[in-house]
Design a binder for this molecule. Structure first.
Ligand SMILES: [Zn+2]
Ligand SMILES: [Zn+2]
Length: 429
């Protein structure tokens, strides 16, 4: 019987990482964009300021406080997703070869398009007089938004916004990095939409090619009047539903890049592109760190007691947060009669003829504290028994302690094959 998922232990172990990732993503992205607006203010952004009013210090304080509170709610959801994933309820895969690059790109684009629709309709609903005060009031206190307003939501709004991610992940198998790319896209577009200055290159007349891409002016107008421009990333829902601000095209055209001044804007655009790349890279590093924390140090090959066989550990196909191990090599692959060894002690009669090579003898191990793996099932083909217990990684060795029916207990030490070979070689011939 697998040991129950230790919620509190997992909470203490994983939650701080998830929160620093969520809060860090917000602080880094909003901070970087504030920096670029400040650095290019005189040469570029002063002329692209959308409103004459400026945000007050109180506006900044409120936006940062509410956004960090939202990051906390996002982290609670993230932890919930981590638990659900460990239980096998969500299909988030890490192996890129499982579904290939086309699936990766298609599901990422589909997720963005679906969230854009989800946002448009939930956002419009939150503007209903009965819902507005509870759900959406805080966000609209920012009449002149700043990059720090990106996550400035009331608690109920934050819950509505974040609910999309687990809902989507429950329906569509997603690659771990596709979800990461999605959340990075979300924060970058949100920060740019609240920048207070027009961040996107715009032309003097409605662009046929890029008219569907929401500019900063688009969302800024929403903060100014709250009765139009509900869309998030793209403008098509506002167009289809007739909710686009009547002056939007004229307002955005006012920021068209003048050909004579192209040099300076180009420098600012280059800086924005580098910043997006930087935000993406730093976010990727944080993500990699978090992933490494939840990933196994026990992956790879292990030689069993007496070098009788080699077992390869890998993330389980059905629940990639857990580890499985299968026999990939045996010292004596054949029995006394010269026939390939089979699983002849297996309690299931039908499995007794299967070859031992390839048998998954370790299933669903979960790291419950650093270097300690519990739950799961350890199958011993020598006696056909399945054990539950604890695997500890200590000084580069795996110590396996398992009991079957709480009576038959065993301890084994497994070593890395290379370590055994190295020790043998160091003795010479
Ligand atoms: Zn907004
Ligand atoms: Zn709104």
């Amino acid at each position: 019987m697998p040991v129950a998922f230790d919620l509190w232990r997992e909470l203490i172990r994983v939650f701080p990482t998830i929160f620093s990732l969520e809060a860090g993503r917000y602080l880094i992205t909003a901070g970087l964009f504030s920096l670029i607006i400040w650095a290019f203010w005189r040469s570029h952004y002063a002329a692209r300021k959308i409103q004459t009013r400026s945000a007050t210090a109180q506006d900044y304080r409120r936006e940062v406080f509410a956004s960090l509170r939202t990051a906390l709610i996002f982290s609670i959801t993230g932890f919930g997703m981590y638990c659900a994933h460990s239980a096998g309820w969500l299909t988030i895969y890490e192996d890129f070869t499982v579904k290939g690059p086309l699936y990766f790109v298609a599901t990422l684009i589909a997720m963005i398009l679906a969230q854009d629709a989800y946002f448009y309709w939930t956002h419009r609903a939150m503007h209903h007089p009965r819902l507005f005060r509870t759900f959406h009031w805080t966000h609209h206190k920012s009449k002149t938004p700043t990059p720090w307003a990106a996550y400035a939501f009331d608690v109920p709004e934050a819950i509505v916004v974040v609910a999309f991610v687990p809902l989507w992940a429950a329906l569509v198998p997603m690659h771990d990095l596709a979800i990461f790319a999605f959340v990075t896209w979300q924060i970058v577009r949100n920060v740019m939409g609240h920048a207070g200055v027009e961040m996107y290159p715009v032309s003097g007349k409605p662009s046929r090619l890029f008219g569907w891409w929401n500019t900063t002016t688009h969302h800024d107008l929403h903060h100014q009047n709250g009765r139009s421009n509900y869309g998030l990333y793209f403008s098509w829902w506002d167009r289809w539903m007739g909710t686009e601000h009547p002056d939007y095209q004229a307002e955005v055209a006012a920021f068209a890049i003048c050909p004579l001044r192209r040099k300076k804007p180009a420098r600012a655009s280059g800086a924005i592109a580098s910043l997006i790349a930087l935000a993406f890279a730093s976010s990727l590093i944080m993500h990699g760190h978090a992933r490494a924390q939840t990933r196994s140090e026990i992956a790879g090959n292990w030689a069993t007691n007496g070098f009788g066989s080699i077992v390869q550990f890998h993330p389980c196909a059905s629940a990639p947060q857990t580890m499985c191990g299968r026999i990939i090599w045996m010292w004596e692959p054949n029995d006394a009669q010269g026939r390939p060894r089979v699983d002849n002690h297996n309690p299931e009669r039908g499995l007794r003829t299967r070859s031992l090579i390839g048998v998954e003898i370790v299933r669903n191990l979960r790291e419950t504290e650093s270097g300690v793996w519990t739950a799961g099932a350890l199958y011993n083909p020598d006696d056909g028994r399945t054990y539950t217990g604890v695997i500890t990684l200590r000084n580069g060795m795996l110590e396996l302690r398992g009991c079957a029916l709480s009576v038959f207990c065993q301890t084994q030490i497994w070593r890395r094959p290379d370590d055994v070979l190295l020790a043998a070689r160091s003795l010479g011939q």
